[in-house]
Design a protein around this ligand. Structure first.
Ligand SMILES: Nc1ncnc2c1ncn2[C@@H]1O[C@H](COP(=O)(O)OP(=O)(O)O)[C@@H](O)[C@H]1O
Ligand SMILES: [Mg+2]
Length: 529
């Protein structure tokens, strides 16, 4: 199995190159234009992305970024074919350029003009905006019969993340063809964004996805990134919140829904452009009815009906792939969802059994429940009935139900509502801890229980650096937050008034944040950009 280590420093795009020399990764976002071509010792200039394969022309094509969108432009003089997701890029008329827009997971292949006869010198480029850290590898499917992807030790491609089932997906070879099926997993298996039902005959351009893990089918092997959670954790630890990669991005032009009488449309929000960084604590604020819940339900992918625009999590479009990504995103509703006559311990145990795709062993469940209780400082009341807990503790149990399920992004709608000041602060502190705390390192965990490193890493990765987005009521502790998003209602439509740090917000509004509400009520137009 060939592997290559690479570290992605930022949130941008990269191109994974695969040819007879192996796998390389080219990080695209350090330049706006890249030339692709064959390396030629005689020529003075080397292409930015160079191949040795004779099938590649000297100047084969260009990759460029125009206003944030990446494109591939093929040289019309190429003798061989360039394919985009299995389709040949047509030759443009002389003197014309026909840019092909690139999306996450797109595959560019340079090969014979006719793909029925694949050239052994063919080269392949995978365009990806997914934020993964780890080793790219290929897994040959030839002469394997059947192979599995999953958490179980018997799987050919073994994955750690809890959204995988023990045996999650299966690929079976039948006379040179490869058939994919889901093994009754909870998180599902997707091909090119469609959930696999029954068996699916794999084709060259297919991208198999399980949550945010992708496997690219290349005819006789899979290309995939084996995520290195220790490295991901390390990178997160070493960067301050403001320098972390953007994980959640919304570019919403509008969201319109049918109005109450059903006869026309009502615009709820307009021009909402928001970026949220990994492992940060973000407050969503706004006057009553400004559209906070509406915006939050777009950002967490729960309600994207009537939205024009895009919402992406880790580079994956939630409008198209929400089901696939839903295991990474947790929404904590305003109302309490726990069982009155359960204890926190029982509640979390149930959540671990019902909300996680992976069937965990008793020990694993115990560990997760204990971690969650510890993270939420519920040790003292773990055996009390939920209905007997204080307001703050009840809120924490509500959060814990999602926390047990190993979400990366937690969205909370007014968790501070109805709480006395002390309890509010307590809840904010817990949220801050979840986002910022780097807690124990892998080494500390290992010293503690001498278990397998993998188990220790899993604990670390799943307990820290959460991204937390919360609508809050009380802004007296706003400086605990890394980012403040402020909405205002203009002519009945929710608009973005501000996004930035609490200090920047004070500077922008010229007053304290609690007083900015009054300004936004009085003259919202002044602040909406
Ligand atoms: N499905 C819907 N149909 C019609 N109006 C809606 C719908 N959802 C929300 N609204 C209206 O949009 C506005 C924003 O709602 P919401 O996002 O709940 O505000 P907030 O959470 O800031 O108080 C409100 O005036 C609300 O009545
Ligand atoms: Mg609301």
């Amino acid at each position: 199995m060939e592997t290559q280590r690479f570290v992605m420093q930022n949130s941008g795009a990269s191109l994974v190159l695969l040819d007879n020399d192996g796998i390389r990764v080219c990080q695209l976002d350090i330049k706006a234009q890249w030339s692709i071509g064959r390396w030629d010792p005689i020529r003075a200039v080397t292409p930015d992305i160079s191949f040795t394969s004779p099938i590649v022309s000297r100047e084969h094509g260009w990759i460029s970024n125009v206003d944030g969108q990446w494109y591939y432009v093929d040289n019309p003089q190429n003798l061989n074919g360039t394919f985009h997701n299995g389709y040949k890029i047509p030759r443009p008329m002389a003197g014309q350029r026909r840019p092909v827009p690139l999306e996450n997971g797109d595959i560019l292949r340079i090969d014979n003009d006719d793909l029925d006869h694949v050239n052994r010198n063919g080269v392949l480029m995978l365009f990806t905006t997914a934020q993964v850290h780890g080793e790219w590898a290929t897994c040959s499917l030839q002469r394997v019969g059947s192979m599995y992807i999953g958490r179980d030790a018997s799987c050919r491609i073994r994955e750690e993340a809890l959204y995988f089932s023990a045996r999650h997906a299966k690929i079976k070879a039948v006379r040179g063809q490869y058939y994919l099926s889901d093994c009754g997993s909870m998180a599902g298996t997707y091909v090119n964004g469609q959930q696999v039902q029954g068996t699916h005959l794999l084709r060259e351009k297919d991208c198999i996805s399980i949550c945010d893990s992708n496997y690219f089918f290349l005819g006789d092997r899979l290309l995939y990134c084996q995520r290195d959670r220790e490295m991901e954790h390390q990178i997160l630890c070493e960067t301050t919140p403001s320098l972390r990669p953007v994980v959640l991005r919304a570019d919403i032009a509008t969201k319109r829904v049918k109005n109450n009488s059903g006869s026309g449309m009502k615009e709820l929000i307009r021009d909402i452009h928001i970026e949220i960084k990994e492992g940060t604590l973000v407050a969503l604020l706004g006057t009553a009815g400004a559209g906070k819940s509406t915006v939050m339900n777009c950002l967490n992918g729960m309600d994207l009906e009537g939205v024009q625009g895009a919402v992406t999590y880790r580079g994956v479009d939630l409008m198209k792939h929400f089901d696939q990504m839903s295991y990474l995103i947790g929404s904590v509703p305003q109302e309490k969802i726990f069982h009155e006559k359960f204890t926190p311990e029982e509640e979390f145990e149930l959540a671990a059994k019902t909300r996680l795709p992976a069937r965990l062993s008793r020990t694993e469940i115990r560990e997760r429940v204990d971690r969650t209780i510890e993270m939420l400082s519920l040790q003292g009341v773990r055996k009390n009935w939920n209905c007997k807990l204080s307001g703050g503790e009840k809120t924490r149990v509500n959060i814990g139900i999602e926390l047990v399920a190993d979400r990366e992004l937690l969205c909370l709608d007014e968790p501070d509502q109805g709480l006395s000041p002390n309890y509010k602060l307590e809840v904010f502190q817990i949220m801050q801890e979840l986002a910022h705390s780097r807690g124990k390192s892998v080494e500390e965990f290992m010293e503690e229980d001498e278990r397998m490193k993998v188990a220790a890493m899993r604990k670390v990765a799943s307990s820290q650096g959460k991204t937390i987005l919360s609508i809050i009521h009380d802004v007296s502790h706003i400086d605990m937050f890394d980012q403040v998003i402020m909405l205002a209602k203009v002519d009945g439509v929710g608009r973005l008034a501000f996004s930035g740090s609490p200090e920047e917000a004070r500077e922008y509004f010229g007053v304290d944040i609690k007083d900015a509400y009054a300004l936004l009520e009085r003259e919202p137009e002044r602040f909406v950009r």
